[in-house]
Design a protein around this ligand. Sequence first.
Ligand SMILES: Nc1ncnc2c1ncn2[C@@H]1O[C@H](COP(=O)(O)OP(=O)(O)OP(=O)(O)O)[C@@H](O)[C@H]1O
Ligand SMILES: CC(=O)C(=O)O
Ligand SMILES: [K+]
Ligand SMILES: [Mg+2]
Length: 479
Amino acid sequence: MMLADHKTKIVCTIGPSSSSEEVLRALILRGMNVARLNFSHGELCHHREIIHRIRKITSEMDKIVAILVDLPGPKIRVGKLAKEPLLLQQGETVVLTTSKEAYDESFIPIDYPKLTESISPGSLIYINDGFLQLECFEVSGNNVKCKVIVGGELTSHKGVNLPGSNVFLEPVTEKDLQMIDFALDEGLDCFSISFIESADDIRKVREYAASKDKQVFLVAKIEREKAVENINGILLEADAIMIARGDLGVEIPIEDVPVVQKKIIHKANLLSIPVITATQMLESMTSNIRPTRAEATDVANAIIDGTDAVMLSAETAVGKYPLNTVEIMTKIARQTEKWRSTSKTGIYLMKKAMSKMQLQIDDIIALQINEALQQLPIKYVLIPTASGETCRRISRFRPDTWIIGFSRYPNTCNRLAFQYGVHPIFVEGKVTDWEDTAFEKLKQYGIYAPGKLVIMTQGQTVGHGKKGGTNLLKFIQLE
Ligand SMILES: Nc1ncnc2c1ncn2[C@@H]1O[C@H](COP(=O)(O)OP(=O)(O)OP(=O)(O)O)[C@@H](O)[C@H]1O
Ligand SMILES: CC(=O)C(=O)O
Ligand SMILES: [K+]
Ligand SMILES: [Mg+2]
């Protein structure tokens, strides 16, 4: 095992283009840290096969790759089109229908029975992350007549957004809960929850899992205006957040997305909550071998904003070049991180913002470590950890130095797969001396560095499953 040459974490959505053993292996070798399964698409039995395949491969390769289950939530979708693709021409009239009966083949079926109650003449309807745009001018019976404002090709099951309309759907649906059952049975515990509006929606899932005796890692997807408004409460309840720009970019004005992204990333960084920036990062690579300049710059800017992870969706799920896309992404990450290490602006802003916070012992230790990393040639920060909390608090400064988190808990290792600059290592069995164990592991993976200085930090609670509690900071010259 080698440490990656980039510290930004890479999330890949797995779909038809990437679910073979061969492609999965290649994705892992190229730097995938998290495999996202979008439960909005594909059959559960198929997802089960992929889950087993990823487990087999990661165990053979001795790699930690977290599996993230993305729940559908109350997303309204186009149903199965009678004929596809359907070309929508600007200015023409199209009919959306909630009817389950036979309908004209030019009609667009919508899987939301209350569509006709939610919208009225003048309402705007966005399809496929806003690539298509319609305006309603008549509602009658099960049908909604619309004028095409922005046309294009439509295929089945694309998402539908009704910004500004009342949508009569709960953020966590019955179907989501059934999918959680399925995933928990498969031993998975990382979920991203779609279309949440407040911390209560996250709590609902956490309590549901707790009723089954499971502790889960919950990623709050920020893709509604209400979620942006309630971000402070959400950050207190979520384990991680995702800026889900696909839906967000139609649910709020698109011109607001860049600043919302920056503000939310900064808030999450301050609280050491991992954040994923998602959707359309290298979108054109779904069909092209090279990204646009704007896309390359978008990935770099998200990293400069302070994102922990960047995510690929269609690019790896259904794209023509999943491997090239990951390769380009990691190259952009590497170059951007190199620049960050010389500019130091991130550290400066973080320290300034932290000076206004009520700091905990863990924060003070993290600040000290960060100071040491600025002044001394430190090879690694080594952290035995039960919860991963100490790793997160140090990672927030986005140091140049790898933070290596050693944990006896596989779940903690998986969760650290989302965290910038943290390399998790799983330690099996009982540990009597963490220093010896850590050095052994470094040797086993061929990254022990004789003569180099390392920092080791740990708390007395390590190994007992308690959260945080760092109280020891040690500088060690490796023999
Ligand atoms: N498992 C899959 N099987 C088939 N197609 C998939 C799969 N996962 C993703 N896709 C395709 O990739 C596209 C982009 O993936 P993405 O995960 O962003 O989904 P989405 O439907 O756009 O919305 P959301 O992420 O909001 O659920 C999807 O529209 C779909 O066409
Ligand atoms: C990822 C996702 O759900 C979105 O961008 O909308
Ligand atoms: K989804
Ligand atoms: Mg979405």
